[in-house]
Design a protein around this ligand. Structure first.
Ligand SMILES: NC(=O)C1=CN([C@@H]2O[C@H](COP(=O)(O)OP(=O)(O)OC[C@H]3O[C@@H](n4cnc5c(N)ncnc54)[C@H](O)[C@@H]3O)[C@@H](O)[C@H]2O)[C@H](O)CC1
Ligand SMILES: [K+]
Length: 510
């Protein structure tokens, strides 16, 4: 499903209007479609329906929904939350209520009393035109809505939320159902705002599918189609050298699993050759389990992590690599920091920096500016907090903004992991992922993702596409594992055995 920003939504509206569909017709369609879905979700409501209408066009949709619900037999009251409608189309829809048995009030005391007795509440106060925060008199109404027993349906956007953000302010509607118009908006896809939307349905409003599909958006979803487009059939007359060489600098004593998972995921994603460069004990332990990679045992510290003395060998390995994965289970002491810094400064091949690789580099934050290679960073919220000096709470409350700001400022692809992974791109665009499930919230999941992205990079995919494909397919493999094994019992390593079926589908269905 497409995700469109407020600007992109206004663009598609404008295109539809130019092609001859009047804005008033779009509003009629939006309110009518919403009323249908509301009636389906809450048949006959549990008592009177109270529709809160704002002064903009979201309020206009509310007037149409009120009319349609009344025509279905509901007892409907309308509360004019911000006074009379200010747009011509909304005022027209307001006027159409006068001939119907719908009570309309501007008195907010009365409105709050109606809300407490409502069987169903429809929130049409603000949609994509809302910015900033909700103040008086709206805050009282919002409180009354959130305290009411009745289910709450928001039209387009729960009022008080910015449709282009995942941020949830103190004062906003918490809906049970949100009916979004034309497409999803970022607010419906990015946590924590996604939770404040409740169940999410999308209603077409009469804007052509081709217009919706073709619209470019600063924030967009990742579709199966866009992922499939990144893969082409492997040519016949080829050898392993044609599919990239990936140098994986991963693992340390006690963290052999991270090396195993990342390397295995990279192999399952099609790369021609993998070099596992790890402390020599790690290589010895993994030698029996990993049969495909070339092992490069390196000098190690007493603690079983890479020793700085291994840097020259790594540099020479780097020269042959088409991509490099740094960090899964690597540790973050002085020696590893030196190794990471050295790799970042000398690599011309694109790098995936994960886990301890990020923690090491975070200690020398100016390092991004000196790195010569394209970088993909894959932090979880804790690593992102370390990277930016912010708290995890700040990062999680503004996931989109955090990923975008870092990506733009440091000219990197930033994959902020977690439910609804966000990919920030250097040009300010963001991609939001919808695959994946809570069964993946287990140690080892991130190692797989890093290996997958690195594998695609090594095969020549652009960093943006490698991140997009990695994130989407990782989540999809997780969804298949959850279906077969349950979210509770599935293990990150179970994703490995789900990857072949996903690639078979890409190869056979194109
Ligand atoms: N997508 C479509 O094809 C269609 C969408 N429709 C609906 O129209 C709204 C957008 O309408 P718009 O009038 O542009 O904005 P809003 O109704 O969301 O609100 C505008 C209104 O609110 C004021 N305002 C903004 N921020 C604040 C604030 N912090 N406090 C107080 N007031 C604020 C602003 O000044 C305006 O007066 C869209 O979401 C859909 O629901 C069409 O109906 C059909 C086509
Ligand atoms: K709304």
């Amino acid at each position: 499903m497409r995700i469109l920003t407020a600007q992109a939504t206004r663009n598609i509206e404008a295109k539809a209007v130019k092609q001859g569909t009047g804005y008033r017709q779009l509003m009629e369609n939006a309110g009518t479609a919403a009323a249908e879905l509301i009636w389906e979700a809450y048949p006959k409501a549990g008592g009177p329906v109270v529709v809160l209408c704002g002064k903009g066009n979201n309020g206009g949709d509310g007037f149409v929904a009120a009319r349609r619900l009344c025509q279905k037999g509901a007892k409907v009251s309308v509360v004019l939350a911000g006074g009379p409608p200010k747009t011509e189309d909304a005022a027209h829809m307001r006027a159409l209520l006068t001939d119907l048995p719908v009570s309309v009030t501007e008195d907010l005391e009365e409105g709050a009393a109606l809300l407490s007795r409502a069987g169903l509440i429809v929130d049409a106060m603000f949609g994509i035109g809302f910015h900033g925060e909700l103040r008086a008199p709206y805050d009282r109404l919002v409180l009354a809505v959130n305290e009411a027993k009745a289910p709450v349906v928001s039209l387009d956007v729960p009022s008080g939320l910015d449709s282009d953000s995942g941020f949830v302010p103190k004062v906003c509607i918490h809906a049970d159902l949100t009916v979004s118009f034309s497409a999803l908006k970022p607010v419906h896809a990015v946590y924590p705002a996604k939770e404040a939307c409740g169940r999410i349905l999308v209603a077409p409003v009469g804007i052509g599918e081709d217009i919706v599909e073709q619209e470019e958006s600063q924030i967009s979803g990742i579709s199966e189609k866009s992922v499939r487009r990144c893969f082409s059939p492997r040519r016949q007359n080829t050898n392993k050298g044609d599919f990239g060489k990936l140098l994986c600098v991963v693992g340390s004593a006690g963290m052999t699993g991270a090396a195993f998972l990342s390397v295995s995921a990279a192999l399952r994603c099609g790369v021609g050759l993998v070099y596992l460069a790890a402390p020599k004990d790690v290589c010895t332990i993994l030698a029996g389990r990993l049969t495909e990679p070339v092992l490069c045992p390196l000098p190690q510290t007493e603690g079983g992590t890479l020793s700085a003395g291994g840097a020259p060998v790594l540099r020479s390995r780097l020269r042959a690599a088409s991509a490099c994965l740094i960090g899964c289970g690597l540790g973050c002491n002085e020696d590893t920091q030196k190794i990471v810094e050295d790799l970042l400064l000398h690599s011309t091949a694109p790098i995936v920096l994960d886990a301890d690789g990020i923690n090491c580099a975070a200690k020398h934050i100016d390092i991004w500016k000196r790195a010569g290679a394209p970088l993909v960073l894959t932090p979880h919220p804790g690593e992102m907090a370390r990277l930016t000096g912010k708290s995890i709470g700040e990062i999680q409350s503004r996931r989109l903004e955090s990923a975008r700001e870092f990506a733009v400022e440091h000219d990197v692809v930033l994959v902020l992991k977690g439910a609804g992974t966000v990919i920030g791109l250097p040009d300010g665009r963001c991609l939001v992922n919808a695959t994946g499930n809570p069964g993946m919230a287990k140690g080892g999941s991130g190692d797989l993702l890093a290996g997958m992205i690195a594998s695609f990079l090594a095969q020549g995919m652009a960093p943006e596409k490698a991140a997009m494909c990695g994130v989407y397919l990782h989540g999809k493999a997780g969804d298949r594992a959850a279906k077969d094994l349950s979210e509770q019992a599935m293990l990150p390593s179970d994703l490995l055995s789900r990857l072949p079926a996903l690639f078979l589908e890409i190869e056979t269905q194109g």
